[in-house]
Ligand binder design. Structure first.
Ligand code: 13P
Length: 345
């Protein structure tokens, strides 16, 4: 492991003004996204969509430091035969790879899941490094609002510990392979829970995560943390102001994340596009922390472009325009320079 090289990559991933494009939807997830625009999900349509994003020059060069790819995409060529990896490298964006194998029900913990993918991971990481990946992602899912809270309240300690230990073992394997691990423990925002409950659970999860990372020998200078923001459940009757989300999110991070971590890149998790931008912006406006804080958004970067594209060649320019706009807005938010008035026009 070359910790200096890992740190240099991690620092580049959170360059001020830039963030990460999460384009690593699994085949099942991207089908759902394409269903919403009545477009068939095929190897070619998935390639066309992602190639269009990666060729949006100004969005990529100015605001995307790295792209998280799915296994299919890291091996795929553009329509003209250039590999998609070479296209993003030409944009100075670092290729990354999702290496978890999704979630499965956790035995003995009804309603909770464990993320799979550790078996054979050492060999897969070696291959992904050869294919150009310099960082990876593993997503653990913590559900506050799993059904039937009468049996017991989720998340359970067991589910938190099992998921964080897997994250730590994944991170150690990544560093051994000279790949920067994005460590993503996502506390889901679906459900009726309050912002207090999200705050409490996020704090417990992050505390436990850093204990597990320590126990597995993970070097914090060579990771990127990808957390949720502290927000109320989507169905909670009492929603929160931008200031409250930002203040509580900073508080939880300061209480749990060591300052040797170089960067934090949030997931959007189903927040509306503009909310995800406004929250990130307010966090950076308040500032006064040691990490670079930016985005690693999937939906909040792609959704408006997806609806502009609708699977049609003739909408290519409109889709690139929409993608550039969101990338630029989030790029500004990563330095606290966004303003709602910039969204118009
Ligand atoms: P969202 O921003 O759509 O939550 O996706 C980010 C991600 O990579 C989830 O694992």
């Amino acid at each position: 492991m070359d910790i200096g090289a890992l740190n240099a990559i991690a620092v580049k991933m959170v360059t001020p003004g830039q963030g990460i494009l999460a384009a690593d939807e699994s085949t099942g997830t991207i089908k759902k996204r394409f269903d919403s625009i009545n477009t068939e999900s095929t190897e070619t349509s998935r390639r066309d969509w992602r190639e269009m994003l990666f060729r949006t020059d100004k969005a990529m060069q100015d605001h995307v430091s790295g792209v998280i790819l799915y296994d299919e995409t890291i091996r795929q060529n553009a329509a003209d035969g250039t590999s998609l990896v070479d296209i993003m490298r030409a944009q100075d964006a670092i290729p990354g790879i999702k290496v978890d194998a999704g979630t499965t029900p956790l035995a003995g913990r009804p309603g909770e899941t464990i993320t799979q993918g550790l078996d054979g991971l050492r060999e897969r990481l070696a291959e992904y490094y050869e294919l150009g990946a310099r960082f990876a992602k593993w997503r653990a899912v913590i559900d506050i609002s799993a059904p039937d809270q009468t049996t017991y309240r989720t998340p359970s300690r067991g589910a938190i510990k099992a998921n964080n230990q897997s994250l730590a073992r994944y991170a150690a394997l990544c560093q051994e392979a000279n790949i920067v691990p994005i460590v993503e423990p996502e506390v889901l925002m679906g459900g009726y829970h309050t912002i207090d409950r999200c705050h409490e659970v996020t704090e417990i999860v992050l505390n436990s995560l850093f204990t597990e990372l320590y126990e597995q020998g993970v070097k914090l200078e060579g990771i990127i943390l990808k957390p949720n923001m502290v927000v109320p459940g989507k169905k909670c009757p009492k929603q929160a102001s931008v200031e409250e989300v930002a203040t509580r999110t900073i508080k939880v991070l300061k209480d749990t994340v060591p300052s040797s971590v170089p960067g934090i890149a949030f997931l959007s998790g189903g927040q509306d596009n503009e909310d995800a931008t406004a929250h990130l912006d307010m966090i950076n406006k308040i500032g006064n922390f040691t990490w670079n804080i930016t985005y690693s958004y999937g939906r909040a970067l792609q959704q408006s472009a997806l609806f502009a594209w609708k699977g049609k060649k003739e909408n290519y320019d409109a889709a690139q325009k929409a993608f550039y706009h969101r990338a630029r807005m989030n790029g500004l938010a990563s330095t606290g320079e966004w303003d709602a008035s910039l969204e118009k026009g």
